[in-house]
Design a protein around this ligand. Sequence first.
Ligand code: HEM
Length: 418
Amino acid sequence: MRSGSLPRLKGFDHTIAFLHDGYEFVSRRCDRLNSDAFLARLMLQKVVCARGEDAAQLFYEGGRFTRRGAMPPTTMRLLQDLGSVQQLDGAAHRHRKAMFVRLLMGADAEQQITELFRGEWRNAAKEWSSRPSIVLFDQANVILTKTICRWMQIPASKPYAELANEFSSMIENSGSAGFAVILALIRRRSTERYFERLVRSIREGTAIVATDSPLAYVVNYRDMDGSLLSERSAAVELINILRATVAIGRFVIFVAMALEQQPKWKEKLHSADDAAYEHFAEEVRRLYPFFPVIGGRAIESFEWRGHEFDCGDWFILDLYGTNHFRRLFPEPHQFNPARRLAWRTQGYDFIPQGGGDSRTDHRCPGEQITVGIMREACRLLVEDMQYELPEQDLTLSLHEIPARPRSGVVLSNIRLNI
Ligand code: HEM
C-alpha cells in the first residue's frame, strides 16, 4: 500500500475506536475528514476504509478483492467458514455461486418459502394467544428454522428449537470476542459434524431424500473439476443457507419495531399489495443496523482515487454507512418507504447485503427470500394479528455488533384474525 491522496487517521491504531463506535466508525470519520475514504490501522494492520457508491463498485466489480484473510477469523468461522462460496474467487466462485443462485433466486423458491413461512407463523400464533406474552425474536428464529428445513427437506432428526439455537448462536456471537465465542465455535463445529454425517449418509444411500429436493441438489452439486463438494464444504454450504435464513429473524423484529414506531405507515399498509409491503421491508433493511462492514484483500495491484493498492492490501467497505449516506439518501435517518428501494436494481448504493450483481459478484444471493419473508412477516403483523407491545427497552445500540433490542421485542395480548 503506497500513500496517495487519501487522508490518514491520526493515532497509531484505531481498533478501540472501531469497537467503541461500531456501526458508525467509518462514516463518523469520513464526515470529520470530509472524505469518503481514509487510511487507518485496525488490529495493527493498515486498512483503507470507505463508503459510498464508488467504493462499493470498486469492491464488487471486477473481482479485485478476495474475502480470504479479510475478516477476523472468528467472525469468518461463525458466519461463512472455510470451504464456503464466500472464500472462493474468480471462476471457482462463479461456479459455486451458481448453485445458490439456481436454488434461491427464482420466483418458485420465493413463493414456496414464503408460503411455508406464513403457515408456520399462523400455526405458532394460535398457541401465542394462550400465553400472556412472547419474545418475537425467539419465536421468529424457530419459525424460520422450521420453514427453511422443511423447504430444503432436511430430515427432522433434531428438534427445530435446538437447531434454531445453534444457528442463532453463530449470528449473535459473530461480532464478539472471549469465552462466548469459543463456546459458539465449539457448538458450530458440532453442527457442522451433524450436517457432514447427513451428507455422508445421503451419498451412501442410508438416508433417503427426494432427488429433486434442495437438500439433494446441494449434496450432489459438483465443483468445477467435476468432483462432489467435500463433506465439509457441502455441510458448510447447507449451514450457509439454513443459518442465513434464521438470521432474517433479526429483520423480522426490526419490521415489528418499525410498525410500532411508524403508526402512519402501519395504517397505510392495511390490504396493500406486495409492492407496498416490499418498499416497507426494503426501508427497514436500509435503516436498521445488521452487517456493519465487509472486508476484502486486494488480489492485484491497481490505483483508486490516486491511491496505489498492492496485492494483499486490506479494504473495508462501510455497508451501514453507505445505506445512511446523505448524498445517496436524503434525510438518511428518516424512515421513508416512499424511497421505493429494491434489491432488484443490483446497484452499489443500497447495499445492506452487499452490492453489484448477485449472480456473479459476492453480493448475497439470499436477498429475494429475505425481502419476501420480511414482506410476509409485515403482512402477518398488520393484517393477520392483533397484539400489543408492553413497556420494554427497544433501544438499538450502534456500539454492539450485531445490534438488537435487549427485549427481543415482546408482544402481548395476541389474537389471530381468522
Ligand atoms: C438475514 C439477512 C441477511 C443479511 C444481512 C446478509 C448479508 C450478507 C452479506 C453482507 C454478504 C457478504 C457479501 C460479500 O462478501 O461481499 C452475504 C453473502 C452471502 N449470503 Fe447473505 N445475508 C442475509 C441473508 C441470506 C440468506 C437468506 C441466504 C441464503 C439462504 C444468504 C446466503 C449468503 C451467501 C451464500 C453469501 C456468500 C455469497 C458470495 O460470496 O458470493 N444470506 N450476505
